[in-house]
Design a protein around this ligand. Structure first.
Ligand code: 5AD
Ligand code: SF4
Length: 435
């Protein structure tokens, strides 16, 4: 038998790319590739890219620049670009970057084995179609090897919302839900391999419609799998939080009290210009209903500052919304012009103004995050342990609220779900003792 070839995948961007990288690695596993974490010994390097903001996309080009040396040293090395930059700029990459052998869009990676065969024949390969067939069905069964206690599982892809700033509807295409039976079968297999917590992924996950009762129905079905202890889902749009899903947060014990629910801005004028199709007040009322169903839920959000036309007053409305919600986790960004999106054509806010607003917003969000984390001290939480910590005998896991928790670990194993009393709150994590 020939020596296995080595595959190095570098993943950028969202959790869906993390899931996609796993599936690409498995697909190429069938072609004799084994994963490596050392690019210099790889026979193939894949960059699984993100196009959401300009900075994310630029990283790909600088990484390709760095790879020139590797390819010169080993001309047989194959270099591929996958993910959303591949989808958006694949043809141009092929034209302008001779060192790239392969470009594969996020809807085509089930065709990687055939593409790899073309590379072996000395050709270059590009596929950025949106094929009719379900790529996950074509990828076939996943391997049976044991794995860590948490996993991502993509249930839905694409988006029909067309927020005026966002490339996702173009790079990932229209909203498609995977059939529930396949998702449930995949979840069962993951549990057999040691997974105890699954995060359901979708660009617009709560628009999922592949099961009766939508995402709530799917969560109910998955919760019946023995050995699966925790469920989460991300990312959601406020307008798709239906009654059943809100109720599930109160009724389904395995659904964790954490919700990522981006609002982007607190100004109705900006929300309208963003084509978000909801108001700040509507969002706040929704949060009230979710908190009525699950009072201890921890909320997380995304914000964009400096969207075209955003005034100081609009920005203050965002600050006011943040103060009234109290977020436990947040991601905030300066607006980044994306070619082909409606907002790209509009008059832009100056860079200095964007910087200034981002700093003020981040200061507020950090302060809130820290305050909510500090409030956990003295409480008892359950922790799913994932890895050993830096100090000898220490184990680290995640609480129900997704806080990292460090515990002195006599007798704790990876995958254990244990009750812990929180004793201290640090910069980015909590410490506790086993109960
Ligand atoms: N500029 C800045 N941030 C953006 N996001 C999406 N598109 C842009 C853009 N053009 C942010 C949104 C979204 C998150 C995934 O990325 O906040 O929720
Ligand atoms: Fe982009 Fe999310 Fe808006 Fe869809 S809902 S267009 S993925 S920001």
């Amino acid at each position: 038998m020939s020596l296995p070839k080595k595959l190095f995948i570098k993943t950028y961007g969202c959790q869906m790319n993390v899931y996609d990288s796993e599936r690409m690695s498995e697909a190429l596993g069938g072609e004799g590739y084994v994963p490596t974490d050392r690019p210099e010994e790889a026979d193939m390097i894949l960059l699984n890219t993100c196009h959401i903001r300009e900075k994310a996309a630029e990283k790909v080009y600088s990484e390709l620049g760095r790879m020139r040396g590797l390819k010169e040293a080993r001309p047989d090395l194959k270099i591929g670009v996958a993910g959303c930059v591949a989808q958006a700029e694949g043809e141009e990459i092929m034209r302008r970057q001779p060192l790239v052998d392969l470009v594969v869009g996020p809807q085509s990676y089930h065709r990687l084995p055939q593409m790899e065969a073309r590379l072996r024949a000395g050709e270059r390969a590009l596929d950025t179609d949106f094929p009719e067939e379900d790529k996950f069905a074509h990828l076939g069964k996943r391997p049976k090897a044991a794995r860590g206690p948490t996993a991502f599982l993509t249930v839905q892809e694409g988006c029909d919302k067309f927020c005026a700033f966002c490339v996702v509807p173009y790079t990932r295409g229209a909203e498609v839900s995977r059939p529930a039976a396949r998702i449930i079968a995949e979840a069962r297999e993951l549990v057999e391999r040691g997974v105890r917590e699954i995060t359901l992924l979708g660009q617009n996950v709560n628009a999922y419609h592949g099961h009766e009762g939508g995402l709530a129905g799917l969560i109910g079905a998955l919760a019946r799998i023995d050995g699966l202890e925790r469920l989460r889902y991300t990312t959601s749009h406020p307008n798709d939080m239906d009654d059943a899903l809100i109720a599930a947060h109160g009724e389904e014990a395995k659904l964790m009290p954490y919700l990522h629910l981006p609002v982007q801005s607190g100004s109705d004028r900006v929300l309208k210009a963003m084509n978000r199709k909801h108001t700040a007040e509507g969002y706040l009322r929704l949060i009230e209903r979710i908190r009525a169903a699950r009072p201890d839920i921890l909320l997380s959000g995304d914000f964009i500052v400096g969207f075209p036309g955003e005034t100081e007053e609009d920005f203050e409305a965002t600050m006011a919304l943040v103060r009234s919600v109290r977020y436990g986790q947040c991601y905030s960004f300066k607006y980044s012009t994306r070619p082909g999106t409606p907002a790209a054509e509009r008059a832009q806010v100056g860079e200095a103004e964007k910087d200034n607003r981002l700093q003020r917003l981040q200061a507020l969000l950090t302060q809130q995050q820290r305050a909510l984390q500090d409030e956990m001290v003295g409480r008892d939480v359950s922790v799913l342990f994932e890895r050993s910590g830096r100090e000898p005998g220490q184990m680290v896991g995640k609480s129900d609220h997704l806080h990292s928790v460090h515990v002195a670990g006599e007798g704790i194993a990876r995958g254990d779900l244990r009750r812990v009393r929180i004793t201290a709150s640090g910069t980015n994590s909590l410490a506790g003792t086993l109960l």
